[in-house]
Write a protein that binds this ligand. Sequence first.
Ligand SMILES: *Cc1c(COP(=O)(O)O)cnc(C)c1O
Length: 373
Amino acid sequence: MQNLYSAVIDFFKNAPRPVVVHEPHFSENEKKYVLDCIETGWVSSVGSYVDRFERDLSLYTDAYAIPVVNGTAALHLALILAGVKSGDEVLVSDLTFVATANAVHYCHAIPHFVEVDKETFAVDPEKLDQYLMTLKNHPKFLIVTHIFGNPAHIKTLSEVCDKYGIVLIEDAAESLGSYVDGKHTGTFGKVSALSFNGNKIITTGGGGAVLTTDKDMADRAKHLSTTAKVADPYSHRHDMVGYNYRMPNINAALGCAQLEKLPEFLEYKKQLAVCYKELFKPFDEVEFVKSSQRTISNYWLNNILTSSESARNNFIDRLAEEKIFCRGLWSPMSSLPMYKNCPKMDTQVAYDLCARTVSLPSSAMLRQYVKTE
Ligand SMILES: *Cc1c(COP(=O)(O)O)cnc(C)c1O
């Protein structure tokens, strides 16, 4: 029988090197729309593509979507809009990208780290509930990150939030195209964030969006992201401290073309996940991380769990020799120097998953090169 490494190397036999974790894919319309911005001069924060991207995203997610400069800025605005104020504590998963915790810090608030479950890698609803029961003064906000596009247990988490009067915010940066019960991720909380960074399922170069089903909140998001400028034909006037976070038209031009391709990317990614599942089936030393049967994942990144931290490192090193580049997961937020003194519950599952997870090459276009039989 083949060993694990030879099977993985064989799997990528026909893929051009280097094979990376995630790369964007562009075709004709990206060039056409960006060129149109350059030729007409509409490259900055006003233009037809940014309006179209806003509409297209809104139709796709069935929510109001306000395009901004990146996912981190979207998170920052989402927290402000949710009502996070200086000194507030915000429950944040210990396993997330650093931007989630940073956005809390930008509001002069304090992240309070919580445990994840092994199935979704996202906040564990039961453990959160048990933990909240032990707190006299619990935080009034929770941000849930949908990890790798695999939806969190968002409905149960929403019930826990209702029980304690907690405002739910979603970090849906990785989950464009992921649904729970027919609803797009990022539409369960009061307000959420998407990202279109270069490594996400679609990209605008840099970009993000605030997502909300609340019209008033959407209007405030747009106002805050456009320097709080008041419509006035004669003078420049701003009625509060706003932010220069509006997505430029040239980035939105890329986004419009990428959204056209999203259904195809989703299909390729789903097929790639099926191929990976088959690939790892014979090998007991690794466990392929499956997405839940009850939700629809966008299959943004495929992952395996190795048996230990050193097994993870060996796996990454061994494949890097073949120019197949995998990647470990983030370090837990509570292990980072700037957040190590923040309040937290026991997060040993998060620490264990962080040490053993390997993210596999998952670009949509990889599907056409990998072995299927
Ligand atoms: C990518 C990402 C972000 C931040 O998005 P940027 O557009 O890079 O600022 C936030 N949270 C998570 C979970 C992400 O993966």
